[in-house]
Structures are given as structure tokens and as C-alpha cells.
Design a protein around this ligand. Structure first.
Ligand code: PEP
Ligand code: MG
Length: 562
């Protein structure tokens, strides 16, 4: 790969362009005892310039923000230019200490003074730390910690990996694209990017070495990352993106194949914030409400009222439609502080998670089901509840019982463990519906951790083994007269969506962003074509061959540039 082109896995389609901002969580302390080369005056001037640059940046940010923020940031800028601070720095540099270490130690002295000087001044310690980090970052050529404040233009966020906490305060309009070094196609980075509607590439080797400020063009479909592209390349990519959006927008209405076989298209949501994009994209309901996303940063279990408010907001937005709520899926890649595994686990992905966790915390399940039942009262949404990570008939029956006790008549299970898919007929006998979770199903079928970027090649839902498991679950559901939806990230791939319809999946649920692409792909192919594509994919002996074989049977995909 040449220095100006990187490649990863495209996980959230669209083109994004802007200056790279590397997300760092904290600036490391310059090593104790680090010394400069000998020219103390040059080193002192370097420190002075860094502090002046920090002050100028803070003032400029204040001017852009206006109002109260201007005063706060002007005061912070003054701190950076404090003559007392400059003389401590000069003294340390005079003794041979390097500029970054001298700045760090000088701020340390001020910090101790402020911290001991009463509540108001102690409250300014965080401001001081912020200025110190900015100055040290400038001296060491490091990006600033956290997300850019009031960026003058949308930026490309580059990170080793993104956690939900990193993106919680992120304004999607300020981010042109995400590029991460880690993470596979079903990692939570990918899921978050899709739910925010931001183009994203994960598993991109070399991403964190992109120099900050480099202009980057990201193709969230192909995974191509182009550094310092020409204006012409950018214009071409943006035009192609806009043309495709316009073409896809011409296909509207409920999901169906060209010959009218209905495949309801539902949205994956993580809370009330995802309602508006789902409605705007024409979602026919919610196929996966990931309730654990509401409480990722909580130390105590959410209260009954909090749960009710969040559930009711979603039910009311989708009144008259189906809303499939998944009970808290805690553990492994989605740890919840209030539902810790009962003992340390060497391998959390194979440990206590999903429905298994509720065996240890039955009260948390009972409280959630009760809040769901009460929130469902008085709305006309068709509320269905499902359990994650079900492996056995006993678990499925236990969950169905718990739902009945709570007054929730419609309960189902996720099929995301190979054992459940292989013995789907047994499970169908004790549950109301299936929803296939291809993210975990792929991870467990291929024994490839979904969070590991280096294994992205193995986490491929096109693998015929995964397609076989989907086929088994869908046919067992059909034989038992049960619905079999699919809500893993694979539903967002227009070609796979056609294959799943051909395998007998009865509805597809995905991030709102993906709905127009999948709707258009289904609308251009008959159910028979989808079945032929599914058969061709299952007859292949690798993921790549399955994809190629299926696409060959779905000719309109290329016409739609999908
Ligand atoms: C899945 O595993 O496919 C799924 C939809 O659940 P999650 O991604 O939340 O584990
Ligand atoms: Mg899962």
C-alpha cells in the first residue's frame, strides 16, 4: 500500500472528506529527567512559542463561540501567558530540563497552589491541566486529547478504536468520517458509525500514523482511505455519492422484492436519539432495540421510571408498528457496570453474557420486563421482547416464562450462537419468534473475535458456514410457523439482504442509513432471483466466492452502484 493510500474495511457507506484529527485520550507525561540538547535559549523560546500558540488557539475558539464561552476561554488564554509561569519554565530550561518537561513541571507547581486555595480556584485546576496538555502536545507534535471543539469544518476522526463513550458527545454533523485501526465489520465502532450515519472504515492498518491535519478522503463502502487527494478526486467522489443518494431516494415504500414478496425493513435503534433518522428513512418498525446502549455508562441499575421514559418514546414514535426490544445484552464487548460477571473471566466472549447474566440477576430482568410491559400499555406499538445469546431450549423456555409472568405475550430469542441455529427446530417449539444476530453468529461460527481488527477477514457473514446456519434457522422457523427476522450488521449489505430474503428470512433490521440501499436492492430483484443468489452463495466454498456467485445472480446491484 503506498504512503498516500490506506485500506481497511468499509463499514458505513458514503464519502467523507476533511482534515484528519487523531483521537487521543490523554497526553502522556514527558519523562522525568528528560533534557534538551544544550541551547537553553532556543529551548526556552520553543516553550514560549508553544504557550503563545495555545493562548492564540483558545482566544480564537472563544471568538468563534462568542457569549460566555469567549470570557471563559479568554481567561484560560491569559493563564497560558502568565509571566510567573514563563519564568518557572525559563528557570527549569536553564537547568537543562527539556521544554515539554519544564512546561509540565511548571504547571505542576501552579496546580498544587490552586488545588489548595479553596473551592473556586480548585475548580480551575482542570483548566490548567487542559492548557498544560495543549502546550505539551504542541511541543511533542502530538494531537490534542479529546474531540476538536468548534471545528471550523467537518473532520475525519482517526483512532485506534472508538468506544461508545468517545462518541457520546460527538456531533455527527462535525465529523466527515471515521477511520480506525482496530475493529471489525461488526465491532461497536462500526455499529456506532452506522447509527450516526457517518461514513466509516475500520481495521485500517497505519491509520493512527496519519499526520494530524492531513486532508483525507474516505470511502465508507470500499474501505479506501486516500491521503491528500487532488481537488478533482474529491469532487468526483462527492458527486458519485450524491448521484447514488438521489437514485436510491426514488425507491420508496415498504420493503418488497420486485414481484411483491414483502420483506419488512425495520430499524436498529439504541434509544430515542435514533428515532428521527429511522422514521426519515422509512423504517417500518424497529427490529432491534439495543436497550443496553441506554445504560452503558451507568454504575447503578436504571430506575423503573428512566426505563419507562426511554421505552415509551420509542413505542410512541412507532405506534401501529412492530417494535422488537432486546433485554439488556451485558457482557463481553458491552460490559455494564451494574451487571458484572459473577467471577473474573479469562474469555468474556465465551463467558457470562446476554441471557446467561440474568440467571445471576433475575431481579434486573424482572424490573426491565415490568417497565416494558407498563410502557407498552396505552401505546399501539406491537411490542415484542427478545433475549440475546440464547444457546439452549431451557434458556428459551425460561425467558418465555419470565415474559408471560410480566404480562408480555410476545417473546422470542436471538439466534446468534451456532448451537441455537443448528437446533432451531427445538427452540422454535418453545418461543414465539427468531431474530438472527449475524454479528455474534459469525464471530462464533468462525471463532474470530468481532472486536479484533486483525481478524476482519474472518468475520465475514458471506462465509457459506454462516449462510448455512441462517438457512437452518429460517427453515426451522417457517416449519414451526414462526417469524424469522435478521438484525445483524449483515442485513445492511444490499447483496446479502437479497440472499437472506432468498434463504427465507422474513424481515430485515438495520441502521437507518442502510435502509434506502437495501430497499432499492430488493425492489429490483424477484424472490426467485434472491433464491438463486442464495443457492449460488451456499454452493461456494469461501466467503469471497459466495459473494461473487450471489452478485452474479443479482445484476441490478451494479446498475445501482451497490
Ligand atoms: C448480533 O450479534 O448480530 C446482534 C444484532 O447483536 P449485537 O451486535 O448487539 O451483539
Ligand atoms: Mg449479538
Amino acid at each position: 500500500m503506498s504512503a498516500d493510500r490506506l485500506a481497511g474495511v468499509g463499514v458505513s457507506p458514503g464519502a467523507g472528506y476533511g482534515p484528519a484529527h487523531r483521537l487521543v485520550r490523554e497526553i502522556p507525561e514527558p519523562p522525568r529527567g528528560s533534557r534538551h540538547g544544550g541551547d537553553a535559549e532556543a529551548e526556552r523560546r520553543r516553550a514560549e512559542r508553544a504557550l503563545e500558540q495555545v493562548a492564540a488557539d483558545l482566544s480564537a475558539r472563544g471568538d468563534r463561540a462568542g457569549g460566555e464561552a469567549r470570557d471563559v476561554l479568554a481567561a484560560q488564554a491569559m493563564m497560558a501567558l502568565d509571566p510567573g509561569l514563563a519564568s518557572v519554565v525559563a528557570e527549569l530550561v536553564g537547568q537543562g530540563v527539556s521544554a515539554p518537561r519544564a512546561v509540565f513541571e511548571a504547571f505542576g507547581k501552579y496546580r498544587d497552589l490552586l488545588a489548595g486555595a479553596g473551592d473556586y480556584l480548585a475548580g480551575r485546576v482542570a483548566d490548567l491541566d487542559d492548557i498544560r496538555d495543549r502546550a505539551v502536545a504542541a511541543l511533542e507534535g502530538l494531537p490534542l486529547p479529546g474531540l476538536p471543539q468548534d471545528p471550523p469544518e467537518p473532520y475525519v476522526l482517526v483512532a485506534r478504536d472508538l468506544a461508545p463513550a468517545d462518541t457520546a458527545l460527538l456531533d455527527p454533523a462535525a465529523v466527515a468520517a471515521f477511520v480506525t485501526e482496530e475493529g471489525g465489520p461488526t465491532s461497536h465502532t462500526a455499529i456506532l458509525a452506522r447509527s450516526l450515519g457517518v461514513p466509516a472504515v475500520v481495521g485500517c492498518a497505519g491509520a493512527t500514523a496519519i499526520p494530524p491535519g492531513t486532508r483525507v478522503l474516505v470511502d465508507g463502502s470500499t474501505g479506501a482511505v486516500r491521503l491528500s487527494p487532488t481537488e478533482e478526486e474529491v469532487a468526483r467522489a462527492m458527486r458519485a455519492d450524491a448521484d447514488q443518494d438521489a437514485l436510491l431516494a426514488t425507491v420508496t415504500g415498504p420493503g418488497a422484492t420486485a414481484d411483491g414478496h414483502a420483506v419488512p425493513l425495520l430499524a436498529n435503534v439504541g434509544g430515542p436519539a435514533d428515532i428521527a433518522p429511522a422514521l426519515a428513512a422509512g423504517a417500518e418498525g424497529v427490529g432491534l432495540f439495543r436497550t443496553e446502549f441506554l445504560f452503558l455508562d451507568r454504575e447503578d441499575p436504571p430506575t423503573w421510571e428512566e426505563q419507562q421514559d426511554a421505552y415509551r418514546a420509542v413505542f410512541e414514535a412507532f405506534s401501529g408498528s412492530r417494535v422488537v426490544v432486546r433485554v439488556l445484552d451485558a457482557g463481553a464487548d458491552k460490559p455494564l457496570d451494574f451487571l458484572p460477571p459473577p467471577a473474573p473471566e479469562p474469555n468474556p466472549a465465551l463467558g457470562e453474557r446476554g441471557v446467561r447474566m440474568f440467571r445471576h440477576y433475575p431481579d434486573v430482568l424482572a424490573a426491565q420486563l415490568d417497565a416494558l410491559a407498563r410502557a407498552a400499555e396505552g401505546t399501539s406499538a406491537r411490542v415484542q421482547v427478545m433475549a440475546p445469546m440464547v444457546a439452549t431450549v431451557e434458556e428459551a423456555a425460561w425467558f418465555a416464562d419470565a415474559c408471560r409472568t410480566a404480562g408480555l405475550p410476545s417473546s422470542g430469542v436471538m439466534i446468534e450462537i451456532p448451537a441455537a441455529a443448528l437446533r432451531a427446530a427445538d427452540i422454535a417449539a418453545v418461543t414465539g419468534f427468531f431474530s438472527i444476530g449475524t454479528n455474534d453468529l459469525t464471530q462464533y461460527a468462525l471463532a474470530a473475535d468481532r472486536e479484533a481488527g486483525a481478524l476482519a477477514g474472518l468475520q465475514d457473514p458471506w462465509h457459506p458456514a454462516v449462510l448455512d446456519l441462517v438457512a437452518l434457522a429460517a427453515s426451522a422457523a417457517a416449519a414451526a410457523g414462526r417469524e424469522c427476522g435478521l438484525c445483524g450488521e449483515a442485513a445492511a449489505d444490499p447483496a446479502l439482504a437479497c440472499v437472506f430474503a432468498g434463504l427465507g428470512v422474513t424481515s430485515l433490521s438495520m441502521a437507518a442509513l442502510a435502509l434506502p440501499r437495501v430497499r432499492a436492492a430488493l425492489a429490483r430483484h424477484t424472490l426467485d432471483a434472491c433464491r438463486r443468489a442464495a443457492a449460488a452463495a451456499r454452493a461456494a466454498n469461501s466467503a469471497a466466492a459466495a459473494r461473487a456467485a450471489a452478485r452474479a445472480k443479482l445484476p441490478a446491484l451494479a446498475e445501482l452502484s451497490l
